[in-house]
Design a protein around this ligand. Sequence first.
Ligand SMILES: O=C(CO)[C@H](O)[C@H](O)COP(=O)(O)O
Length: 235
Amino acid sequence: MIQSAEELKRAAAELALDFVAPGMRLGLGTGSTAAHFVDLLGAKVRAGFKVVCVPTSERTRLQAQSLGIALATLDELPQLDLTVDGADEFDDSLRLIKGGGGALLREKIVAAASTRMVVIADESKHVETLGRFPLPVEIDRFGARATQLQVEAAARELGLSGPVDMRRRGEAPFVSDGGHFILDCGFGALPDPEALAARLVAIPGVVEHGLFLGMASAVVVASAHGVRTLGQAGG
Ligand SMILES: O=C(CO)[C@H](O)[C@H](O)COP(=O)(O)O
């Protein structure tokens, strides 16, 4: 019987391996669930399985490299067959919040370059309405405070409120692999994520936000009752 959160994450990662065919160009996600997938993929590669992968973060790049997985940059491989990544939240329409690990920009670029995106998660990430997890918004360092005020104003226009916090690592602001800051926006339930996404991308200092809408083709979700797939991993 599957019990701990780590066992559930690994079980989802294991099932996602079924979507990987030899010779594929793969995007590798970031986070503790994605790390299980990379680990399992590494074992397959050691056994002779051939894939080429583009990592979505330095952290994932180092892990994959240490496992002997063949890597490329997205410039070398600008079109990918499949990305497998985790998420902070998903709903029944396969809309996601991502960025808890601070890699949302590269994750979104890599997912957008992929024919399919398969998300792996444990049941705790499944929500009826997105927004329980504070929405990460990656912003340029220049004028960060001004951008933060604009994000707050945009949310108010949509009837949303709640704390907008600069993510920190110790005393200093957290800096993403791309050199940006991240705002964690605790707006609560997001009844219209599409409207919020459109409003956020219109703010000049916003580099990207953690709403992944219409990007995931499937979510592999593990619970104490077993592992199931929402959506279609094929096509
Ligand atoms: O979006 C992400 C990183 O930017 C991660 O996929 C997300 O935070 C989930 O991480 P975990 O699998 O550790 O719960």
